[in-house]
Design a binder for this molecule. Sequence first.
Ligand code: 5AD
Ligand code: SF4
Length: 458
Amino acid sequence: MNSTDTAKAPKGLFIKTYGCQMNVYDSERMRDVLRPLGYAPVDGPEQADLVVVNTCHIREKATEKVYSELGQLKKMKEASGGRMTIAVAGCVAQAEGEELIRRQPAVDLVLGPQSYHKLPEMIARASRAVGDRLETEFETLEKFDALPRERNADGPTAFLSVQEGCDKFCTFCVVPYTRGAEMSRRVDDIVMEARSLAAQGVREISLLGQNVNAYHGAAPAMDGGEDWTLGQLCRHVARIGGIDRIRYTTSHPRDMDDDLIAAHGDTQEMMPFLHLPVQSGSDRVLDAMNRGHTAADFHAIIAKVRAARPDIALASDFIVGFPGETDADFDATMDLVRATGFAIAYSFKYSPRPGTPAAELPRQVPEEVKNQRLQALQALLRDQQTAFNAEQAGKTLDVLVTGKGRMAGQMHGRSPYQQAVHFVGPQDLIGRIATVRIVGSSLNSLTGELVSAHEAVA
Ligand code: 5AD
Ligand code: SF4
């Protein structure tokens, strides 16, 4: 077999089940959730890449029996050159916990009956830890797993990819499996690309990453070579000549650190816009989603961000109809939206991605209910977006002019808050920042009158 064939071959899974009917059922479920990660059953532990010992505590000496079984597996693991992953599940795992790994270090994973839904996450983490790539069968849906496509500079705005992948394992999401472990580009490489974009006339850079504020790229050696945070990176890119505007997307509430928040207040190139997906306003749902934050955490972050930059425009993502979402849970999402006030937000009906833990959850929400909730949420978000745009009327805003508008003589650009702005003006404004007085607004754009234009950069 050549190496390409090996990479595509399914990984061998052997589950040894002890005890009751419940364990038999759990073993089947484990087999199901592992299939999309490329695991297929094999006849014996010798051929397996992953062995799960699903234990039972009911009979006397059960624990000792498990340790002796694990002793055997350890030898096979050694014979496999360490390729085999050993997981212990079931009641002994529950009772012994981490003690199992202390007594038998060949064990890679211990999971109690309450954590089977985390098995894909644990396996993905374990295989990443040994540098393995999982050959997943996740159906990817571009919308959820792709970043906005990178563009070469073909105007005054450009995307610059700084980070890829995700380690968060939200239970609805394919990204941690399909895009792999979180990885940050080196600061030097990013700065080189940013300089080249600036030289091509780019004035606004959007730093991109699936989890962009988890950024932790290696800094230049002359700066100590330690990892930098996104806040440090933004401040640095802001100093590049010609770069007047910096944005970043997409962030996670858990990585919204104080320095990044402070940068919004003290670095004028940081645009007053934050896309911070929250997904739900219900703590119960957030927990089931494995988000690692509560609604109160989100409110606390927003309060800090607003203290640093009072006029910031907030954006977010929401999922309605996550399995088990009740009317009360959905009301909590509506409450969070009302309490926050968004400039724009994206909302989705929960869609089960085969193989992700949430797809296996009971109490999937009926389609009609998802539709009703989505309509209600989107109506509220539309009202907020219209109101946010209307608030700009009468203000004078800096508009980065990106091109010609649809009507004759009209130009098109973006406000600091990311809104589309149309106004009448000369074509040589393209690529420059114009001062525009806003005279009208709608759901999707602003209209204005040209006041003056900033000097073009040399
Ligand atoms: N169902 C519905 N929405 C999803 N998203 C990601 N996965 C799913 C899914 N299975 C949404 C989240 C995320 C955005 C990019 O896509 O809201 O923030
Ligand atoms: Fe997916 Fe984002 Fe959650 Fe990562 S943080 S698992 S990319 S939704």
